[in-house]
Design a protein around this ligand. Structure first.
Ligand SMILES: [Zn+2]
Length: 181
């Protein structure tokens, strides 16, 4: 397993709004996320201070879902990020400027650099290993402008895969702007 030197207990913002505690189960396969060494993604979407949706997904399920996106969609998304942000350089800059202060890492859009206070809708993403948040390319925040850009890159076919996934975890309450990246 990859060893992480920079980590903190999962900050409250990434806890489940529903339970008031860190999310313990993968939204898709229901595996125990607190199992030592388990890698997973937490995503939460906000409108102002209101939580629109939230989920945690283990690495295996995330890989599976990404595998269902078309190669072209994956490439376009990858290119979009590569064009706008150097995640490794950003990681080093943030570590230097903010240390392990989670809130600073997610204070502005990763791509658009729009401050959070000016975003009506945004999503935060954190990478966790069992009970900790690790500082890798994550955590970051994406403004709804950025999400809109990304959604445009996704083919209809890939959108179908995302909607199937979305239906599995959210039932009929499909978030329109769910984006797993
Ligand atoms: Zn899973």
């Amino acid at each position: 397993m990859q060893q992480f030197k920079e980590y903190i207990p999962i900050p409250e913002e990434l806890w489940s709004f529903e339970t008031g505690a860190p999310m313990q189960c993968c939204a898709l396969c229901d595996c125990d996320l607190f199992e030592p060494g388990r890698n997973y993604l937490v995503e939460k979407a906000f409108k102002g201070s209101e939580v629109i949706f939230e989920y945690a997904m283990c690495l295996d399920c995330r890989d599976k879902l990404q595998g269902e996106l078309s190669l072209q969609s994956r490439k376009l998304i990858q290119n979009y990020f590569e064009e706008h942000v150097d995640l490794e350089a950003r990681r080093m800059e943030c570590l230097k400027a903010y240390g392990l202060d989670y809130s600073k890492w997610v204070q502005q859009c990763l791509v658009k650099h729009k401050p959070r206070s000016e975003c009506t809708e945004f999503q935060v993403y954190g990478w966790c290993v069992d009970r900790d948040l690790v500082f890798t390319g994550f955590p970051y925040m994406l403004s709804s402008d950025c999400i809109d850009d990304l959604l445009e890159l996704i083919s209809e076919e890939s959108m179908g895969a995302i909607n199937d996934f979305s239906e599995k975890i959210f039932g009929v309450d499909l978030p329109k702007d769910l984006l797993v990246i």
